[in-house]
Design a protein around this ligand. Sequence first.
Ligand code: FNR
Length: 340
Amino acid sequence: TAASLMQLSFRNITALAPMVRVGTLPMRLLALDYGADVVYCEELIDIKMAQCHRVVNDVLETVDFVAPDDRVMFRTCEREKDRVIFQMGTADPDRALVVARLVEKDVAAIDVNMGCPKEYSTKGGMGAALLSDPDKIEAILKKLVAGVSIPVTCKIRILPTVEETVSLVRRIEKTGVTAVAVHGRLKEERPRHPVHCDYIQAVAQAVSIPVIANGGSLDLVKTNADIEEFRKATGASSVMLARAAMWNASVFSNQGPLPVERVMEEYLKYAIQYDNNAFNTKYCLCQMLRDKVESPLGKQLQAAQTSAEICKAYGMQELFQQTQERLQARRDTLQSSTEP
Ligand code: FNR
């Protein structure tokens, strides 16, 4: 169809940033509902993904990438197919390509994480470690661009000087990537440090591919209107939000913001519908509660060990029960239709 042939644009968009544990299917669908144009999945490590099998899940109507231990590493569905960007952690061009090809038909673009400063990433040469190895960056991106038919992008942090940052992004641009996301912090800087809009601006002026500005959640982007301000302040094509979206995904809505209680309920509906891992659901809801984790609801949530208990904390046990029954009925129908 025309829609599926239409390539994703990275200009003038607002994106849900990649976030480990937060960026699973329920959060991505919620962000799309509120108006995000593009949603990144959590960073998935190439070695783990390369071991996964692609499984069509007829019960949930999803496509699952399942590890040998039966854990679902990545779950996606038709609704986000033209919007979801698969972010991987990699330090190896060949393995990166294997993984990109595995998911290529189910996602809108492939992104490489070059900004994660955590030791588990950098010690394998992944994440921010790539920033000091531009030859490796080039090898990975060129291999991906040549090897897949969907857009390839990357997400970086800034380097110590504007000049170094600009020259790195110029080199990245030459690999043929479709866009580059720039988190305006040095790899040594913590999330509470102010974001360097001037670095992002210099990059945006220096290259012709779309630049996606990131890093504004703490002090610059609190409301939907602030997204445009951040875009202007950085001169970037587009904006990507992590924490602001994690705390209240309705930041993407120009009708918002909605009370976080409402957002949590909408989140939980998707978590139930897509049979999200209970601990993942709990983690995301705790992030949304922020300083309210000690409230009565927060305490009940923290005590919950199963999806049923989480739903009970929100008074949504009935929806949970109904959904379980509906899914079981579907399972039974599918089972009997495949029996000889
Ligand atoms: C992140 N960040 C991140 N970045 C990335 O490229 N891949 C990832 O998997 C993650 N994981 C992650 C988890 C959580 C809980 C947070 C808060 C952040 C970094 C994130 O995408 C972003 O670059 C920074 O948070 C700065 O943007 P904000 O928060 O100021 O909008």
